[in-house]
Design a protein around this ligand. Sequence first.
Ligand SMILES: CC(C)(COP(=O)(O)OP(=O)(O)OC[C@H]1O[C@@H](n2cnc3c(N)ncnc32)[C@H](O)[C@@H]1OP(=O)(O)O)[C@@H](O)C(=O)NCCC(=O)NCCS
Length: 146
Amino acid sequence: MTITLLPVDAVHADTVRRLDVQEDQTDFIASNAESLAELAERPECVGFAVMAADTPVGFAMYALDPDDGNHWIYRLMIDARHQGKGYGSQALAALLAHMATIPECGDIYLGVTPENTRAHALYHRVGFRETGMMLDGEKVMRLDRN
Ligand SMILES: CC(C)(COP(=O)(O)OP(=O)(O)OC[C@H]1O[C@@H](n2cnc3c(N)ncnc32)[C@H](O)[C@@H]1OP(=O)(O)O)[C@@H](O)C(=O)NCCC(=O)NCCS
């Protein structure tokens, strides 16, 4: 199945809101309802529906953080029913390919909860490394693009 990213506005908001992670993953990421609210409030945030063909299976969001001037992946989630099929890896690759087209995009940052070993491994595999910094209880990882 080919995974693509669609601007989240192209998908019905309720469909995105209904996508949810596994019960034991709820501490790892905000709900999509919260993320959509944040997206509406913060103009720097860019959101995508993760699509498996015509089916929305997840959500991703990045931003140029006005506080530090860096690009951050703020969210990446795949609905519980669709996990383990390679969609998360493909969505991350698509997101990074998209961000690589942003002229002013330098190194890319993200935060991951220490217990979230699966996401940590996913990010590590594509080149993210721990910076040693912690932010709001999350390990900050960076993809060096230089
Ligand atoms: C992290 C997440 C996006 C990965 O999505 P996914 O579609 O399941 O990922 P993939 O199917 O591409 O698999 C990614 C890796 O996890 C492994 N994996 C898949 N299912 C797994 C499971 N049930 N348990 C452990 N590992 C699993 C895969 O083997 C793969 O590793 P590999 O490439 O070395 O084989 C998804 O688990 C998720 O939404 N988690 C909750 C939200 C979250 O934590 N987001 C990150 C916040 S920083």
